[in-house]
Design a protein around this ligand. Structure first.
Ligand SMILES: Nc1ncnc2c1ncn2[C@@H]1O[C@H](COP(=O)(O)OP(=O)(O)O)[C@@H](O)[C@H]1O
Ligand SMILES: [Mg+2]
Length: 310
């Protein structure tokens, strides 16, 4: 079991002890059975049984989420679905490539390609030329039958808004970690003082042609990652109020018929707020680890109380 999962289980066990719930951990921690006063429920991965199954399935499907949110006029990142099942329809000989290229050119030859049902930033490709596009699409379609294309947005930061029964429980801002030059230290020395040992950081630096021995100019910043995923090392900061994004998150949860979930919203360089994805599984372990253990525990406690009607 990884460290993140053991922190999650510790929180759930503590909540259960506080509420008098019997708690059985199964399958190396991946499934948790909760029982109290004749009622029972499962936590599977980070999904609580509080949500309707079909609503949760829609949220794990990025394209389906986009369709529902855009139909309701809620600001959302645009997605185009590419799927291999298209070949099964008799008579279809045109395939997907024309649609992919059209999307690429329509959006200024800078797009993102990723699995339709992906998570944790895995296999999210940033594509800027046709060779990269071809590689990304062929790699993804060899593993997944559905992928999505979206325009690339210059992102200032990403917010995660956690909602339970039409109430905002938490807003966190996710920032990509960066190093800032002092005109004396090398990139390597700056990384060392930040205690950063994620291999993706080094891959990202080499993609940007940054040598570790290079002395970084004073005030110059290098962003170390491409994705705002907490599992990849994004930094979190709790935000007390942010009415604009709270409103968007509440509308999205209502449109998707979700009771407990987290809404990820990007803030673009042009100061627009757009929903990137909605997660029916609420993962707050990184928020807990980064100094907010009690806050996170109380959110899970309130969700479990509502769910098991305690
Ligand atoms: N269209 C996009 N424009 C800019 N950045 C993006 C875009 N799509 C994804 N990203 C970046 O990639 C990360 C992961 O993408 P996301 O859609 O949340 O997939 P996952 O479900 O794997 O977390 C985001 O947090 C964001 O930093
Ligand atoms: Mg994400």
């Amino acid at each position: 079991m990884n460290e993140r999962r053991s922190v999650f289980l510790r929180i759930i066990r503590e909540v259960c002890a506080d509420l008098g719930i019997e708690c059985d951990v199964l399958s190396e921690g991946w499934i948790v059975l909760l029982q109290a006063y004749g009622r029972k429920g499962f936590i599977y991965s980070y999904s609580f049984g509080i949500n309707e199954d079909s609503a949760a399935k829609i949220c794990t499907d990025k394209y389906a989420t986009f369709l529902i949110l855009s139909q309701e006029g809620i600001p959302v990142v645009q997605y185009e679905l590419i799927y291999t099942q298209i070949y099964r329809y008799r008579g279809n000989t045109s395939g997907n490539w024309k649609k992919i290229l059209e999307f690429f050119y329509k959006h200024g030859r800078k797009i993102v390609v990723k699995p339709n049902k992906g998570a944790s930033g895995k296999k999210v490709y940033f594509v800027e030329n046709e060779v990269q596009l071809e590689k990304a699409v062929s790699d993804l379609l060899s593993d997944f039958s559905q992928i999505v294309l979206s325009p690339f947005y210059e992102v200032n930061c990403e917010y995660r808004v956690v909602v339970l029964d039409e109430k905002v429980e938490l807003i966190v801002r996710k920032d990509i970690p960066y190093i800032e030059g002092d005109g004396k230290s090398t990139i390597y020395e700056l990384l060392f003082t930040h205690d950063i040992n994620n291999p993706e950081v080094y891959e990202n630096l080499s993609r940007k042609n940054k040598l570790l021995s290079h002395i970084l100019e004073k005030g110059k910043r290098i962003y170390l990652l491409q994705h705002h995923n907490l599992t990849k090392g994004a930094k979190v900061k709790i935000i007390e109020r942010k009415p604009q994004i709270e409103g968007i998150a509440l509308r999205a949860m209502k449109a998707l018929n979700l009771r407990f979930g987290s809404v990820d919203i990007i803030e673009t360089r042009s100061n627009k707020y757009l929903i990137l994805e909605v997660n029916p599984g609420v993962t707050l372990v990184s928020v807990a680890i980064q100094g907010n253990y009690c806050k996170v525990k109380n959110i899970y406690k309130r969700a479990i109380k509502r769910w098991l009607q305690l």
